[in-house]
Design a protein around this ligand. Structure first.
Ligand code: C5P
Length: 222
């Protein structure tokens, strides 16, 4: 049987990972958080003092490093060179630099190749910015998940404070906005809705409602 691909794209803080992870769990598919891959590379570059303006150095780093996503129980663990960076990749420092790293064409080529390889042999739910438009253009299900900027900032704020990370909601909103602008305006595979993606505006929707909509779409079309 042919593997099923569910592509979920959208701006920062739209709830992609929460929803994608749960849809994957219920369907027994593999969840692939592509943002975590760009974050992990950014983390490594910052740690190794690789200039984020040096595209060749970043590409080499992507080429020579091993990023692993490992699902253990309910959680997705992220490793770079066998060192766990699950928490570190969510830091404000990484969040504010990741778009710069993700804009490098060479870096994207390497990441996209790995993402496609993971989706070749098994059914997946993959979330990111360019999944439906570029990574998995033949995905059976494509969703463009979005929500108002206020709601996205609010959700991020609650998520961070729940983890005990002190943040300012206004600063968070600006950071999200700036990241969206950077992601949507870059030359290589920008954040864009694939023509054949269903738009799902989650403003005011419960997570469970969003999950059900995606499961329904999958049951009908998959
Ligand atoms: O999804 P998340 O917010 O963790 O993604 C972090 C960043 O990684 C995004 O802001 C974007 O710059 C980059 N990214 C990307 N393409 C993807 C996934 C993430 O460029 N498919």
């Amino acid at each position: 049987i042919e593997p099923i691909q569910i592509a979920i794209d959208g701006p920062a803080g739209a709830g992609k990972s929460t929803v994608a992870k749960e849809v994957a769990r219920r369907l027994g598919y593999l969840y692939i958080d592509t943002g975590a891959m760009y974050r992990a590379l950014t983390c490594l570059a910052l740690e190794k003092n690789v200039s984020l303006f040096d595209e060749q150095a970043l590409t080499n780093l992507a080429h020579n490093s091993t990023i692993n996503l490992v699902q253990k129980e309910e959680r997705l663990h992220v490793f770079v060179e066998n060192i766990e960076v699950t928490e570190a990749i969510r830091s404000p420092l990484v969040s504010s630099h990741v778009s710069q790293v993700a804009a490098v064409a060479g870096v994207r080529m390497i990441m996209v190749e790995q993402q496609r390889a993971m989706a070749r042999s098994q059914s997946v739910v993959m979330d990111g910015r360019d999944i439906g438009s570029h990574v998995l253009p033949f995905a059976q299900i494509k969703i463009f998940l979005t929500a108002s900027i206020e709601e996205r900032a609010r959700r991020r704020y609650l998520e961070m404070t729940a983890k005990g990370i002190p943040v300012n909601e206004e600063v968070l909103k600006e950071e999200i906005q700036r990241r969206d602008e950077q992601d949507a305006s870059r030359e290589v595979s920008p954040l864009v809705r694939a023509e054949d993606a269903s738009i799902l505006d989650t403003t005011g929707l419960e997570i469970e409602a969003v999950i059900q909509i995606i499961l329904d779409l999958t049951a009908r079309r998959g």
